[in-house]
Design a protein. Structure first.
Length: 324
């Protein structure tokens, strides 16, 4: 019931955004030669455009890999996840690996954070890819998430604008005090416009905050179910033990310090990777076990991926000292 309520409320938010766009376009196209039509329609259309759902895009520091230069990585990503990504991108200093749909065509893209990827043995690399695919939201979750983003934009526009207005008012007071009535001062039109804007924000701000609060509560009610679904999907490609090891490793960030120290010593990316593999093979009693691997990503395949990404590793480790 709560899931249906969240979907209905999110749909109302999106329909309201669409109504702004349609109403603004209608006001302009009804009489395009009239200045009044543009004065009324353009702001309404601008509101609809500002509140539109975002299609998603790659981070500015993400570099898309050509399929011909990283065939093994594309093959591993296709084996672990369904549907397979059409593009794979890497980020030098971001640890998070995620699976996104970007652009108007909703192109599936896998974005790999190199610091964590470099620090993982093959088994945990497969678990990382499985976890990234499992976190992909369903259509309903995406609908609710975009509605929350729209309501957040409403809240920022209607309520957070009070701080700039307060600064402008203080500046006007300072001008009045310093000019002693000689210099030209902002007239009452400015004050009236500010008052109307604040009144408009207060009138619409209440319903927006109430809707945002209700939708947030409804979305949180389904978080446990979403996490259970994500875990079930991840378990199709990785074991529970591997997922637990990955979660423990990423939670404390302890994987990064040895690589940062090695980078400061001037070690190459290949040497840092060999150190990571040696530490992953070391058992509790100090014995080196066999190289780890999984059915989806074996040790040999993982090594080939490292060769494909060697140039990116070399560039990335130069900035590892910037990661905190």
């Amino acid at each position: 019931m709560k899931r249906v309520s969240a979907l209905l409320l999110a749909s109302v938010v999106h329909l309201l955004t669409l109504a702004f766009a349609v109403l603004g376009a209608w006001a302009i196209l009804r009489e395009p030669g009239s200045l009044v039509s543009w004065v009324i329609g353009a702001p309404i259309l601008a509101v609809g455009w500002a509140l539109r759902p975002r299609l998603g895009r790659l981070p500015a520091d993400a570099e898309v890999l050509d399929r011909s230069r990283a065939p093994e990585l594309y093959g591993a990503a296709a084996r672990v996840g369904v549907p397979r990504p059409r593009k794979i991108a890497v980020r030098d200093l971001a640890a998070r690996t995620c699976y996104e749909r970007v652009g108007l065509a909703r192109t599936p893209v896998l974005v790999i954070g190199l610091p964590l990827w470099l620090a993982l043995p093959p088994t945990l690399r497969a678990a990382l890819l499985a976890t990234a695919y499992a976190r992909q939201p369903t259509g309903g979750e995406r609908l609710v998430g975009e509605a929350l983003n729209t309501l957040e934009a409403w809240r920022d526009a209607l309520l957070d604008s009070a701080a700039p207005l307060k600064v402008r008012q203080e500046a006007q007071t300072a001008i009045t005090a310093s000019s002693l009535g000689v210099a030209h001062q902002p007239g009452t039109a400015y004050e009236v416009a500010g008052f109307i804007g604040r009144l408009f924000g207060r009138v619409l701000g209440g319903p927006v905050l109430l809707t945002r609060y209700a939708l947030t509560r409804l979305a949180r009610a389904g978080e446990d179910q979403a996490k259970a679904r994500q875990r079930a999907l991840a378990l199709r490609a990785a074991s529970a033990e591997e997922l637990a090891r990955l979660e423990e490793l990423t939670a404390d960030g302890g994987y990064l310090a040895p690589m940062q120290a090695a980078a400061l010593r001037g070690e190459s990316a290949a040497a840092i990777r060999q150190g990571v593999l040696a530490r992953s093979r070391l058992t509790d009693d100090g014995v080196l076990a066999a190289p780890p691997g999984s059915e989806l990503l074996g040790a040999g395949e993982s090594a080939l991926i490292d060769q494909e990404l060697l140039a990116h590793y070399t560039r990335a480790i130069r900035g590892f000292g910037l990661i905190s």
